[in-house]
Design a protein around this ligand. Structure first.
Ligand SMILES: Cc1cc2nc3c(=O)[nH]c(=O)nc-3n(C[C@H](O)[C@H](O)[C@H](O)COP(=O)(O)O)c2cc1C
Length: 231
């Protein structure tokens, strides 16, 4: 009898263990299914987000105004810069005025020795000779397009470098407005602009020029352009 009871109990035990195991494995499958479901949900979310983003992107593209065709500017910023001080100011003026930019490039580039002043080097000699006209490489193709010229140069012995004279004598500035500016160690714009004016047609209108120091900010350039009568 005892034997039968043991057998019965062992069978009961086996059933209970098997039942639990099943439940566990079912739970595993359920978990896996739940995981897969949430992955599917997630990926659908991503797809929805993706298509939403695409939709928004295309809406942005659709609502963007058509690009304005490049408007021809009537302002040309012209500059000569032997050592790079005047150049950024000319670039600021170009950006501020939405103008075109033209660099006066010497046919014969200035070397460091040429620019060493008070050595009777090339630059000194040119400045001592009011008839010196150093050659320019290239030219402005469509000068007629411009009503206003903003002209930047360094001060060399109190005057504009002679290459600026070459530039002004190469075109007809009748009826145009010219706004000169310069950079220097310390000298002001002085008589440099007046002397340049005398090289141009009388009908060219010269506005008051300004001297800027090295490292002048775009804001300072903007202030001058705001106040100068060029537009
Ligand atoms: C030949 C020569 C002469 C110069 N003469 C003067 C001058 O008379 N007064 C002055 O303040 N700076 C003078 N400078 C300094 C330049 O005007 C100054 O460094 C200027 O900002 C340089 O501009 P850039 O780097 O655009 O060429 C002279 C420079 C050179 C090369």
């Amino acid at each position: 009898m005892k034997k039968q009871i043991y057998l019965l109990l062992s069978l009961l035990f086996v059933f209970i263990i098997a039942g639990c195991g099943n439940k566990e494995s079912n739970n595993g499958v359920e978990n896996a299914l739940q995981q897969t479901d949430s992955q599917i949900e997630q990926s659908t979310d991503y797809e929805q987000e993706g298509s939403e983003a695409k939709k928004q992107e295309s809406e942005i593209i659709a609502s963007e105004p058509e690009q304005e065709p490049d408007m021809e500017t009537n302002i040309l910023v012209v500059y000569f810069s032997a050592t790079g001080t005047t150049k950024p100011l000319a670039e600021y003026a170009t950006e501020i005025l939405n103008a075109d930019l033209y660099e006066i490039v010497p046919e014969d580039p200035y070397t460091e020795a040429d620019l060493a002043y008070y050595t009777n080097g090339r630059a000194d000699q040119e400045q001592n000779d009011s008839s010196a006209r150093p050659g320019i490489s290239g030219s402005v193709e469509n000068i007629e397009q411009y009503d206003t010229i903003v002209l930047g140069y360094p001060i060399w012995h109190g005057q504009a470098p002679r290459i600026i004279s070459t530039f002004l004598e190469s075109y007809d500035f009748s009826g145009k407005t010219i706004a000169p500016f310069c950079t220097s160690h310390s000298s002001g714009i002085g008589s440099s602009a007046d002397n340049l004016h005398s090289l141009c047609s009388d009908s060219a209108k010269w506005v008051d020029g300004k001297r800027f120091e090295s490292g002048t900010s775009k804001e300072t350039m903007a202030e001058w352009l705001e106040n100068v009568e060029i537009r």
